[in-house]
Write a new protein. Sequence first.
Length: 95
Amino acid sequence: MNCTVTLTGEDGVEHSVDVTAATVYEAAIRGLRELKLSDWSREETYDATNLKIAAKAPVVVHTVNLRKLKEWLARPAGSPRDVALRSRLRELLDQ
């Protein structure tokens, strides 16, 4: 799905980026990565805010709490599919 990921910084400024992802959490990770690469937002912002993910066609908007996203990403257990997805997304975020 094509999505717009929006992060609102502590100063109230919104930063948005378009990404393609299969899940909401993948969109969140890809959006964070792109925002990190563009250097538009500070690293500490990632701990303090939510991300808004707007899926396009059909339009669906999700809000992801970054603390909960990091907790999900750090989980070691789950189905083999979930473990592989989290591993791939951790690698993507660390690039």
